[in-house]
Design a protein around this ligand. Sequence first.
Ligand code: 17E
Ligand code: FE2
Length: 427
Amino acid sequence: MNHIFNARLRDRTGLFTLRWLDGRISAIEAQADTLPPSDANPAGFDAAGKLVIPPLVEPHIHLDAALTAGEPAWNLSGTLFEGIERWSERKALVTAEDTKSRAHRTIRMLAAHGIQHVRTHVDVTEPGLGTLQAMLAVRDEARDLVDLQIVAFPQEGIESFANGRALMSEAVEMGVDVVGGIPHFENTRDQGVSSLHFLMDLAERHGRLVDVHCDETDDPHSRFLEVLAELTRVKDMGTRVTASHTTAMGSYDNAYCHKLFRLLKQAGLSFISCPTESIHLQGRFDSYPKRRGLTRVPELDRAELNVCFAQDSIVDPWYPLGNGNILRVLDAGLHICHMLGYEDLQRALDFVTDHSAQAMALGDGYGLAVGRPANLVLLSAESDYEVLRTQGHALLSVRHGEVILRRTVGEVTWPGAQPPEGTSRQG
Ligand code: 17E
Ligand code: FE2
């Protein structure tokens, strides 16, 4: 296969043929008419008027912990902190084979939903860094399905974990793409602040990206985002820095947030919200009314800051569900964030495609344009709105010009009756 025809594109009207050659997009041609399905050309795939987009993106997941829920014990309180405790018990039992097998199975779940770009956090609060070593191997082994960015993630702290700084530095030497952090989990506020100085210097010195688990709590006094943003501004690293979660922002008062947004704009960093995970883990110390425990997604977006959605977990100590489908997370996120207004529905996919690609600094490696990698996904409906409404799927995934996935969606039949108008097909 070397082209797809009768394709609809998100930013243009009409139908298009997209061609590729040697793994790169070679042409995007507007069609005068709908081409017949046969197209007299077996090298083409009929998109049948459905949406063709660049691959879906998973910008925040923990592949090293995936598929471990309940081992050895379930997180019964549903809090972030019990999750960290349960993971610490499971972590003591991991082997390289265990890590690699779970990571590969999870990557396949992501790829099965049209995801081709993944950023995974890997816990480096582990003497010996065996898990990181295994995940660096997975980054190579999974190349046919996904581009994988690896974050050195200090789950149990940089300043408050034995040799935390040395482990972070060693992880960078071993070849991680991104430097992480967890300031709200450090023992003291001072440690949280110094951990941010340390990790930003480390990333700057070694030319790495930054993605910090930042203020993942309902505590309105957790204000590490202002520190991360200020360091980002001073170092002029806005295009390379992401703040994940920032759920405390959902509990900040408006006066503080107003001031904070000025700094966020100056810093220009990106934001990742994990709505299914946060609605589950946060609000746990409330009775009623109960907070949603998410960051201010629509406000960040309206302020023209880059914000996107991510899954965070699949069947791990923090979240028992998940199947790799980022469109499910988009659906939940738009509901939870009060983003079902008409304008948001028209561009819903931004939050799981272009915005996520920007957070991951994918640059020219992403997007439907001549000369870029021939990575594209055919969805089961013709617009963002309809993809969302019908809980659509990735029907075809092309990577470097090769088809890596085809999906056939179940069809509804009405034996013995004429189907009511408009109900014969479900996207
Ligand atoms: N670790 C953490 O600190 N926060 C999370 N949401 C997950 C792992 C999944
Ligand atoms: Fe996370």
